[in-house]
Structures are given as structure tokens and as C-alpha cells.
Design a protein around this ligand. Structure first.
Ligand code: ADP
Ligand code: MG
Length: 433
């Protein structure tokens, strides 16, 4: 019998929870299975908060699974495994060390002696296009050059597996594209001293451009919902028909609706008070409604097309689309965004009438808005502290998400003139009780 190439990383039935603000557990990863073999670039694509970084940190030995098994070459991962290196979104360089010293650092931990260290660091620096910058300090470098240092530091240890957590997302569009292309070129030429790459991204095009397989993560809790093979030779052309089809296909999968988990408050339709509201300004929402209503879309847009026209990333356009859907101004389906009748009406109204319509939809479709408004109406003082609602939200979500949801509530509620909010005292009040 032929041996399958043995798995470098094997993740079986991994679950992980974290304590929520209220002290209960939030299930972030649920029964995740994932295998990484030698010779492949695997992409992990999912919405923000779906647990991608957590999974990467489990593989890097920085977080332990709550249950299930995580192995590297057949051995359970306890602490950082040999042969696994990571590149972070935020570069994570030491500002007081030069480029050369930052790169050598990866080898110091392995006990490589100093002449050898220097030699290997210089090779990695040369490979990644930093020749001549050895003695520069991070603050003297552009973002793109800093991230090259991040790559050199990971590559210098010749890891079997390179983990990358949104490595291009802090860079401007052109710099990111240059760095992606350089990396893929080195990979194809077999010049990278690595065997496999696992890359987290929320950029669909980036995943299709670089990866052999893309795993699409679902949210709440995170699990691998689907796997898509990208059988296109490098260098890949973004305009290629098959490339576009794959991007469309992934958009469609990412807009399939997950079942809402949080209960709804009696009498109020919607997805429940425990729904996370992503912070999207009401200006951006009304701008998007206008764009959708106008030609060439006339109420119906393909998300990838819309994202590229408006220069949004997949994650951002999905947040926007979901917010419009939540408010019943648009509907997401199979990778398309369509205005509802109310959305079309909104597009043609004057400012004051828009605010009124927005207010009606907020009260009807966003349970936490209805709750705040009711509490303010009922209290003789017509005021209530934000903490009253934050506590309630934290029964359903982490503190970070409760904060973001409240921030969104405040900015949408202000736009709709549903209530006033004082930042100093963190108090809600009725504007005209
Ligand atoms: P992603 O990388 O997909 O954006 P993360 O893995 O960073 O997602 O986070 C997923 C969820 O887990 C979020 O709700 C986040 O708040 C929560 N989370 C991650 N790490 C911790 C932690 N150390 N403590 C509490 N909650 C955490
Ligand atoms: Mg992350």
C-alpha cells in the first residue's frame, strides 16, 4: 500500500471557548477539522471574529484547544512546535533592534551560534528584497519593508510551516500586491525555505490569488464550512473567467445565512438582542443605498463588483450588506445585494424623511434599539446608563463585541434622532421627552 504523504498538521474536532463579559463561555471554534500537508498553500477565509486567529494560535502552540486534538507530525502540540513560524499583521518588530538583529532573533532562540546566525540572516534578508537595509531600524522603513522584515524573521528558521495572519492587511493596496507577487514568485521558483503555508485572510481575491485550497470558515461558532480547490496555474490572472467564478462562488458561500442563535424578545421581530452590530456609519449606509439605487445597479448588485468599484474588502462589504439586510433596506443572497422596496424609497427621500424611515426600521428590526427606547420612555427621568444595556449584551457576546454593538447603537440612534447620548456620563436620554 502506498503511503499518503504524512500530515504536517492535523486538527481533529477542535473546540475552543473563551469567557464572555458575563462570565459564561463563548464558543469560538466548534469541531474544527483541518489537515495541512507538505507542499501546499492553504487559505483560511472567514468573517472577522469567526475564530481564524484563534485556530492559527492553536497551531502555533500559543492557545490550547478546549477539546479535540491538534498534532504536528503526529505529536500533540504543547507549546510552539519546532518548524512552525508565524508572520503577524502588525509586523511585531523590536523598534530598538536593526533589521539584521530583528531577523537574527528567530535563530537565537534555536541556539544557532553567532557566525552562522549572521550568515543565514543575511541570506533571508537578501531573498526577501531587503538587501542594503541590514542596519536600518524599523522606524526608518515603510510599512511594506517592515513586513518584509517580518517575513525574513520567519523564513530564517527554515520552518516547515509558515503561518500568516492577515499579513498584507495593514499595507496599502499597491504595496500589498507587490509583496504577494514577490512571495508567490519565490514559492513557485522553490526558493522559499519552507514546505507549506497556512494563511488567514478576509480578502477573497487574495485567497484565490495565492492558495491551492481555500477553507471557508463560518461564524458563531467558527467551523470549516466548505473547501474550495483553486486549480489554476501561477501566475494567476485576476481577470481570468475561472478566477472570477471562484471569487463569486466564495462570496455566495459567505453570504449564506447562518441560523441566528440568540433568542428574540417577545413581540419584536428580528434576530434578537444578542445580535452583534458592526460599526458602520449611517452616512456610509445611506451612501451605499444611493449607489445601489442608481445606475448601473438599479437596485441589484453583484457583491464582488460592488466591492471593487467602491474599493471595499470582502469583509467590509459583507458588514455593510448585512447591516442593510438587518435594517430591511436590502437583501443578501448568493453573492448579490438587492435593495428592498423600503431601500428604494429611502434612496429617493429628503434628509428628514430618511431619518424618520431609518428610525422606524431601527425600532422595528433592531431589538436592542426597541429596548433602549422602551426603557427611556418608561423611566420618569427618561434617562438610562449605557451599563444597563451593556450588561444585557454581554450575556450573548464578548466585551469587545458588546462595546462595538453599543457604539453602533449610539451612532445609528443619533442619526435617527431616537435618543441622545452623553459620552462623558455614558447616559442615554430622550431628546424631546
Ligand atoms: P478572527 O481572527 O476570525 O477575527 P478571533 O480568533 O480573533 O477571530 O476571535 C474570535 C472570537 O474569540 C472573538 O469573539 C474574540 O472576541 C474571541 N476571543 C479571541 N481570543 C480571546 C481571548 N483570549 N479571550 C476572550 N475572547 C477571545
Ligand atoms: Mg484575526
Amino acid at each position: 500500500m502506498l503511503d499518503q504523504p504524512s500530515a504536517l498538521i492535523d486538527i481533529r474536532g477542535v473546540c475552543r471557548s473563551f469567557p464572555k463579559g458575563s462570565g459564561e463561555q463563548l464558543l469560538v471554534l466548534e469541531k474544527v477539522d483541518l489537515t495541512i500537508r507538505s507542499g501546499e498553500i492553504v487559505g483560511l477565509l472567514g468573517r472577522s471574529g469567526s475564530g481564524k486567529s484563534t485556530l492559527l494560535r492553536i497551531i502555533a502552540g500559543l492557545v490550547t484547544p478546549s477539546s479535540g486534538s491538534a498534532t504536528c507530525r503526529g505529536e500533540t502540540i504543547v507549546g510552539p512546535p519546532n518548524g512552525v513560524a508565524m508572520v503577524f499583521q502588525s509586523f511585531a518588530l523590536f523598534p530598538w533592534l536593526t533589521v539584521l538583529q530583528n531577523v537574527e532573533l528567530g535563530l537565537e532562540a534555536l541556539g544557532v551560534e553567532s557566525a552562522e546566525r549572521r550568515k543565514r540572516a543575511l541570506v533571508a534578508i537578501d531573498l526577501i528584497g531587503l538587501d542594503g537595509f541590514e542596519s536600518a531600524f524599523p522606524k526608518e522603513l515603510s510599512g511594506g519593508m517592515r513586513q518584509r522584515v517580518g517575513f525574513a524573521r520567519a523564513l530564517v528558521v527554515h520552518p516547515d510551516l509558515l503561518l500568516m495572519d492577515e499579513p498584507f492587511s495593514a499595507l496599502d493596496v499597491l504595496t500589498a500586491e507587490t509583496l504577494r507577487t514577490d512571495l508567490i514568485d519565490l514559492w513557485i521558483e522553490g526558493r522559499l525555505p519552507i514546505e507549506s503555508v497556512l494563511m488567514v485572510t478576509h480578502n477573497i481575491e487574495e485567497a484565490v490569488l495565492m492558495c491551492d485550497r481555500v477553507l471557508v470558515f463560518s461564524s458563531n461558532p467558527g467551523r470549516v464550512a466548505t473547501e474550495i480547490k483553486v486549480e489554476l496555474p501561477h501566475p494567476r490572472n485576476r481577470l481570468d473567467t475561472y478566477f472570477r467564478q471562484l471569487v463569486d462562488n466564495i462570496y455566495a458561500r459567505m453570504t449564506q445565512r447562518a441560523e441566528p442563535r440568540a433568542p428574540t424578545i417577545e413581540g419584536i421581530p428580528g434576530t434578537g438582542i444578542g445580535m452583534t452590530l458592526h460599526h458602520v456609519s449611517s452616512n456610509v449606509l445611506s451612501g451605499l443605498i444611493e449607489t445601489l439605487a442608481a445606475p448601473p445597479y438599479r437596485g441589484h448588485a453583484d457583491l464582488p463588483v460592488l466591492a471593487s468599484q467602491l474599493q471595499f474588502e470582502a469583509d467590509e462589504i459583507l458588514h455593510l450588506g448585512e447591516s442593510l439586510q438587518l435594517l430591511r433596506f436590502a437583501q443578501l443572497s448568493e453573492g448579490d445585494l438587492m435593495l428592498t422596496e423600503a431601500g428604494t424609497r429611502f434612496a429617493h427621500l429628503e434628509t428628514d424623511a430618511r431619518k424618520k424611515l431609518f428610525a422606524e426600521h431601527l425600532i422595528t428590526y433592531v431589538p436592542v434599539m426597541g429596548l433602549i427606547r422602551r426603557v427611556l420612555d418608561e423611566r420618569p427621568s427618561h434617562t438610562a446608563p449605557a451599563a444597563r444595556f451593556r450588561n444585557e449584551l454581554e450575556d450573548y457576546m464578548s466585551e469587545d463585541y458588546a462595546d462595538e454593538t453599543l457604539k453602533t447603537v449610539v451612532s445609528w440612534g443619533r442619526y435617527a434622532e431616537l435618543f441622545a447620548y452623553d459620552e462623558q456620563s455614558e447616559m442615554f436620554s430622550l431628546e424631546n421627552p
